[in-house]
Design a protein. Structure first.
Length: 532
């Protein structure tokens, strides 16, 4: 295969200077090339030996990185066979029907995707090392990674049909040449990563970094050149592997797989909506919903009630869900939900006082109401900073906000001040190291939303203030909408018509639509609201 030919060619090119040096040294020793005097041929020999040593050193460095390179591992939730025997049995039966090796293990990812991932056996410091395969034909089967929303939304038969082409990929993964080509490309990626210097180097290590820079530059250039040469061939190989796996999987539940693919698109839409509208507001205040996968089912069921395009999907819920293949679905859902918070928001690894789980029943009171109160309090703190107030005016009322924004004169300054206040609060809440310096903050792997603008931030705070007033003066309640997130319930009905009048007030200074809305909802503008 082309990737292995490139590897062989690179090895041959690396050995050419050594061969030339050996020929010159042997020829000089035997007197056939330039004799053994101190003339020009001696200089040529030393130059050839120096070039050969330099090339061998670079080749050895690249080869060492290639050999020691570990496969990249995605953050997942491992699923032991004891906690999901039926799921393992289903996957093994599927592999047997496809006549391919069974995956070595199963793991879950908090995303709507499934794939095979090669992993090395874990080693512990005190325990014995796991024995390595003695022959090149002995390969460790890859791990099957399954999207956790699929387990909760899909039925058992649909999940089996969806996983068929993925499990079929274990066949090519066991091929000696395919495995060797993948190891070579993976090693080149690792070499490029090692040769790329970090953006910030500690002061005590700057001299060491400067000394290593020439060697890293040579390693980077060599690795990138080889990677460019084999990138196209590697992509072609992976396309061929995928085509083979898809063709092999056609003999297993082919008709049902078409239905399963439709469920993939639906699950992805519901998962994205749940993360951005429901989970993200909770993550921002240090709470993480502990049953995100169960929330997917509720969100998609609600979608089937509202959208005619999703009509009929709710009828599937009478069939056995794939999460029944797990012994403890709730514990797995909680682990996947915590991992989702780390990936999509950057939360801590373990729960703590400022990072605690919340159930769906407690979400309205512990998340929605808390967000509204904190944003309303921040809005009034900024109002106090922008203009001196009297005793009657430091009061938190909707009337004060309307007076500030009516006419369009105060929105710009208020929005900018809110943006600065949010930035200061986030900086104050950043963890610090033992020396008082800022500790590294976990950066989300995936960005759910773009940063909010100052106007968007102001709109959110005004909506929060109005919702607090509706709860305190009009008998409204905080609620949870599975598709739209935090919502206001007035008279037991969801009110989704608040964004437009608030937007008119913020953008144009037109307070009439919002005053009309407040009057219909029975909200008292002059009555102070509770901010804590």
């Amino acid at each position: 295969m082309a990737v292995l030919r490139i590897r062989g060619t690179a090895l041959g090119v690396a050995l050419v200077p050594t061969a030339v040096a050996v020929v010159l040294l042997f020829g000089g020793a035997t007197g056939r090339i330039g004799g053994s005097g101190t003339g020009a041929w001696t200089t040529v020999r030393w130059i050839a030996v120096g070039c050969a040593l330099a090339v061998l050193l670079v080749a050895a460095a690249v080869a060492a990185v290639l050999v020691r390179a570990s496969p990249a591992q995605s953050p997942t939730v491992p699923v032991d066979e004891s906690s999901a025997p039926e799921l393992y049995r289903m996957v093994r039966d599927l592999a047997e029907r496809l006549q391919v090796p069974a995956p070595s293990a199963i793991a879950l990812t908090p995303d709507c995707d499934s794939w095979l991932e090669e992993r090395r056996p874990a080693r512990t410091g005190a325990g014995p090392r796991l024995p390595r395969p003695r022959r090149r034909t002995e390969a460790v089967a890859p791990v099957l990674v399954i999207g956790s929303p699929f387990l909760w939304w899909m039925r058992v038969a649909e999940l089996r049909a969806l996983l068929a082409p993925v499990v079929a990929g274990t066949g090519p993964a066991a091929d000696v040449e395919v495995a060797a080509a993948r190891r070579f490309v993976r090693g080149l990626d690792a070499a490029v990563a090692i040769a790329t210097p970090p953006p910030h180097v500690p002061r005590g290590r700057r001299w060491a970094a400067l000394m290593r820079r020439p060697a890293l530059a040579v390693l980077s250039w060599t690795s990138r050149a080889l990677l460019r040469a084999c990138r196209g061939h590697a992509a072609e190989m992976e396309r061929a592997v995928a085509a083979w796996a898809s063709e092999r999987a056609q003999q297993v539940d082919y008709g049902l797989r078409i239905v399963a693919q439709e469920q993939v698109g639906l699950a992805y839409a519901g998962w994205d909506r749940l993360l951005t509208r429901v989970a993200l507001p909770a993550w921002r205040i240090g709470r993480w919903p502990s049953r995100l996968d169960a929330g997917v089912v509720a969100a998609l069921t609600e979608l089937s009630r509202r959208d005619r395009l999703a009509e009929g999907f709710e009828s599937r819920l009478g069939e056995r869900p794939a999460c029944d293949l797990l012994e403890e679905p709730g514990l797995v859902d909680e682990a996947a939900s915590l991992l989702a918070a780390r990936l999509f928001h950057g939360g801590p690894v373990e729960p703590g006082p400022d990072w605690s789980p919340v159930g769906w029943d407690d979400y309205p009171e512990q998340v929605v109401d808390r967000i509204w109160r904190s944003e309303a309090a921040r809005l009034h703190r900024v109002l106090d900073e922008l203009a001196p107030v009297t005793v009657d005016d430091s009061r938190a009322t909707v009337a004060r906000v309307l007076d500030r924004l009516a006419g369009g004169g105060g929105a710009e300054d208020l929005a900018a001040s809110l943006m600065g206040a949010v930035a200061r609060e986030e900086a104050a809440g950043r963890p610090t190291g033992p020396d008082g310096a800022d500790a590294p903050v976990l950066v989300p792997v995936y960005q759910l939303q773009s940063p909010r603008t100052a106007r968007e931030l102001l709109t959110e705070h005004v909506i929060a203030m109005v919702c607090c007033a509706a709860v305190d003066t009009a008998g409204a309640r905080p609620g949870l909408d599975w598709l739209d997130g935090p919502t206001l319930l007035v008279g037991g009905e969801r009110r989704s018509d608040l964004a437009w009048p608030v937007g008119r007030l913020v953008e144009y200074g037109d307070a009439a639509p919002l005053r009309s809305w407040l009057g219909r909802a029975g909200v008292r503008l002059e009555k102070p609201v509770r901010l804590v």
